[in-house]
Design a protein around this ligand. Structure first.
Ligand SMILES: CC(=O)SCCNC(=O)CCNC(=O)[C@H](O)C(C)(C)COP(=O)(O)OP(=O)(O)OC[C@H]1O[C@@H](n2cnc3c(N)ncnc32)[C@H](O)[C@@H]1OP(=O)(O)O
Ligand SMILES: CC(C)C(=O)C(=O)O
Ligand SMILES: [Mg+2]
Length: 557
C-alpha cells in the first residue's frame, strides 16, 4: 500500500462502443500533418518566441514539409498578429502551404483574427470553445445548450467574415476543446451543430479537430472515442477528422496512432513534443515510427540535427538525450552484447536488403547520424564495441583473438576513469600493448634469400648497439622466428596470424597481427609497414620484445 489517497481520483468513464474495429486496422499512409509549434508550443514557453525566432521556426517547418502550419493566436498577442502580417505581406508562405490561426469562439477575437489574415492566399481559421463537463459547470457555468450556442455563434461569425474575403482560400476548423473530458455524444452534438453552419461538402471539407487537451485515459480509450465519434458525426465524407493529443500520461504519440487507426485523417503536433504541461504529441516520433515500418512519413527529418538545433534555440528547452529517434544517445550502444550484435548485423547489412539490424530500429545515417556514434565504449562494453570503434575510426580490422586481448585492457581504463573511452584512447592502448616492435629491439636492415629453404639475416638495434640474427625456415616469417628463437634462447611458435591493407590513413600500408606462444606464454604483436613481409616480421619482433621486457621485469623482481 502506498501512502497516497487514491480515493481522491475517479477513473475515466469510457464511451460505450460495440464492435470496435480500430484494433484490426493498420496505419498504411501518412496523415495530413499540421504543426502547432508556433501556437500551442509557443503558448507553453517560459519566454514565448520572438518574431525572429518564429521566422526561423516557420522556415524549418516549411523545409521539413508541413503543408498546414498553425502560426499563432493573432487576436491574443500583437507579436502573433505582426508575425502573421509579416508572413502575408512579405510573401513568405509557399503556395502549397496553409497558414492556420487559432481563436476562441468570441466575435471580437474572430474579427481581429480575420484582420490579421487580410491578403492571405490560403488559411485555416481554427475556432474553439471548451465543451467538457468540468468547464461547463465550473468555468462557464453554462448548460450544454449554452456551450453549443457559443460554438454555433462562433462558427457563424467565422463563416460571415470569410465571406467578406473571397480572395482567400478559407478552410474552417473547429475544436471542441477538452474533448477527452466531454461526453462523446455531446461532442458529436456540438460538432454536428457547427457542421450545420459551415455546410461542408466532399469537395470543400471542414476540419473537426478532436483534442486530448488533457490526456486522461489509456490510448485505447481515446481510440474508442474517435471511432465512436467518426461513426456518429454527420457528413463524415465532408469533414477531415483531426487529432490533437497531449502527453499528460506519456502516451501522446500512442493515442494519435490508435486514433488514426480509429479513423482520423489529420494529426496536429509539435516537433520534439514541446507544448502545454508534458507537451503536445511529438511529430518527429510519430513520423519516424511510420518510417521504421516502411511507410513514407511525408515529412523529411534527414537533417535531424538542424531540427534539434532550431527547436532548442527557439524554445530554449533541451532535447532529452534519449528522446525517440532524435536524442543524442538513442543510437548509441554501450553494453557489450548489444555492441556485438550491432557490429555483426551491420557487417551483414547491404543497401539492397531491408534494414535488419539488432537494436537499431532505423539506420542512423537516415537522419544524419554516423556509425561512429552508434557504438561507444565504457565499462559495460565488450570486445565488439572496441573493435567497431577502431575499425570505423582507424581502419583497424582486429582479428577476434586480438579483440579478446584488447577488450579487458580498455575496460580496465574505463573502470578507472569511470566514463566513455574515446577511439583515440583505445588506439593508444592498442599501440602501447601490441605495437611494440621498436623497443627494446628495433628491426634494421634485413636480407631474405630463398634456396632450398628461406633464410633471413637481420640487424636489430638496441640501446647498447646493433646485433645480427640469422635463421632459416619455411617462409620468411618462419626464418625470422627461428632467428629470434636462436638469439634469445626462447621457443617462439606463431599461433595466429592475420594481415590486411590499411584503408584509412594511407592506402599503401599493410598491418600484420601476430599471436605467438613464447616459452608457453601468449604474446600479441602488431606492426604496420609499406611492405607486408616487413610488417609481419616486425609483428613477431613485437611479441619477442614483450617477452624480453617481461623476463627483465621478472629478473628485477
Ligand atoms: C487548450 C488550448 O491550448 S486553448 C488556447 C489557449 N491559448 C491561449 O489562451 C493563449 C492566448 N490567450 C490569451 O491571451 C487570452 O486568453 C485572450 C486574449 C484570448 C483572452 O483574454 P481575456 O479576454 O482577458 O480572457 P482570459 O483569458 O483572462 O479568461 C477567459 C475569459 O474568457 C471567457 N471565455 C473563454 N472562452 C470563451 C468563449 N469561447 N466565449 C466567451 N467567453 C469565453 C472565460 O469565461 C473568461 O471569462 P471571464 O473573464 O468573464 O471570467
Ligand atoms: C486549441 C486546442 C485544439 C488545444 O490546443 C487543445 O485542446 O489542446
Ligand atoms: Mg493543445
Amino acid at each position: 500500500m502506498s501512502s497516497f489517497d487514491h480515493t481522491k481520483y475517479r477513473p475515466f468513464e469510457p464511451v460505450a462502443i460495440a464492435n470496435r474495429t480500430w484494433p484490426d486496422q493498420e496505419i498504411t499512409k501518412a496523415p495530413i500533418w499540421a504543426s502547432v509549434d508556433l501556437r500551442d508550443g509557443n503558448q507553453a514557453l517560459v519566454e514565448p518566441m520572438t518574431v525572429e525566432q518564429k521566422k526561423e521556426f516557420f522556415k524549418l517547418l516549411v523545409d521539413v514539409g508541413f503543408k498546414e502550419i498553425e502560426v499563432g493566436f493573432p487576436a491574443a498577442s500583437q507579436l502573433d498578429f505582426d508575425f502573421v502580417r509579416w508572413l502575408i505581406e512579405e510573401d513568405q508562405v509557399p503556395n502549397d502551404v496553409y497558414i492556420q490561426v487559432l481563436t476562441q469562439a468570441r466575435p471580437e477575437l474572430i474579427e481581429r483574427t480575420y484582420e490579421s489574415l487580410k491578403g492571405a492566399k490560403k488559411a485555416v481559421v481554427h475556432v474553439y470553445n471548451s465543451t467538457s463537463k468540468t468547464q461547463r459547470e465550473q468555468v462557464f457555468r453554462l448548460g450544454k445548450d449554452g456551450i453549443k450556442d457559443i460554438a454555433v455563434r462562433g462558427a457563424q461569425c467565422v463563416k460571415d467574415h470569410a465571406a467578406k474575403h473571397p480572395e482567400t482560400e478559407w478552410v474552417f476548423q473547429y475544436s471542441p476543446e477538452s474533448f477527452t473530458g466531454t461526453e462523446t455524444d455531446f461532442a458529436v452534438e456540438v460538432c454536428d451543430a457547427v457542421i450545420d453552419v459551415w455546410q461542408p461538402t466532399p469537395e470543400k471539407k471542414c476540419i473537426i479537430n478532436l483534442p486530448a487537451t488533457v490526456e486522461v485515459a489509456t490510448p485505447n480509450r481515446f481510440a474508442d472515442q474517435i471511432e465512436y465519434f467518426c461513426r456518429k458525426v454527420k457528413n463524415r465524407d465532408s469533414i477531415i477528422i483531426s487529432l490533437h493529443t497531449h502527453n499528460d500520461r506519456g502516451c501522446g504519440v500512442a493515442a494519435a496512432e490508435l486514433g488514426m487507426m480509429a479513423g482520423a485523417d489529420r494529426i496536429e503536433g509539435t516537433l520534439l513534443g514541446n507544448g502545454e504541461r508534458t507537451g503536445n504529441m511529438c511529430v518527429v516520433t510519430m513520423a519516424m515510427n511510420m518510417y521504421s515500418q516502411g511507410i513514407d512519413p511525408e515529412l523529411n527529418f534527414a537533417d535531424m540535427d538542424r531540427v534539434i538545433s532550431v527547436v532548442q534555440s527557439c524554445t530554449q528547452l533541451p532535447v532529452h538525450p534519449r528522446h525517440a529517434y532524435a536524442g543524442e544517445l538513442v543510437f548509441t550502444a554501450f553494453s557489450g552484447s548489444h555492441q556485438d550484435a550491432i557490429k555483426k548485423c551491420l557487417a551483414n547489412q547491404t543497401d539492397d536488403k531491408p534494414w535488419d539490424v539488432a537494436y537499431l530500429p532505423i539506420d542512423p545515417r537516415d537522419i544524419g547520424r554516423s556509425y561512429q556514434e552508434v557504438i561507444r565504449v565504457n565499462s559495460q562494453s565488450g570486445k565488439g564495441g572496441v573493435a567497431f570503434a577502431l575499425e570505423q575510426e582507424y581502419g583497424l580490422a582486429l582479428p577476434r583473438w586480438l579483440q579478446v586481448e584488447l577488450s579487458p585492457i580498455v575496460q580496465k581504463l574505463s573502470e578507472e576513469d569511470g566514463g566513455v573511452i574515446e577511439a583515440a584512447d583505445m588506439k593508444r592502448l592498442f599501440e602501447e600493448n601490441f605495437m611494440t616492435s621498436s623497443a627494446p629491439y628495433a628491426l634494421g636492415n634485413y636480407e631474405l634469400s630463398k634456396k632450398d629453404r628461406d633464410t633471413v639475416t637481420a640487424e636489430l638495434s638496441h640501446k647498447d648497439g646493433v646485433i645480427s640474427v640469422h635463421g632459416e625456415g619455411n617462409g620468411a616469417l618462419s626464418a625470422f622466428t627461428s632467428a629470434l628463437s636462436a638469439h634469445f634462447n626462447v621457443r617462439v611458435d606463431i599461433v595466429q596470424y592475420q594481415e590486411h591493407a590499411l584503408t584509412v590513413g594511407s592506402d599503401s600500408q599493410a598491418i600484420a597481427y601476430i599471436q605467438a606462444n613464447i616459452d608457453g606464454e601468449r604474446y600479441n604483436g602488431v606492426a604496420i609497414d609499406n611492405d607486408i613481409v616487413s610488417a609481419s616480421i616486425q609483428a613477431v619482433l613485437a611479441t619477442v620484445n614483450q617477452k624480453v621486457i617481461a623476463s627483465e621485469q621478472a629478473n628485477v623482481a
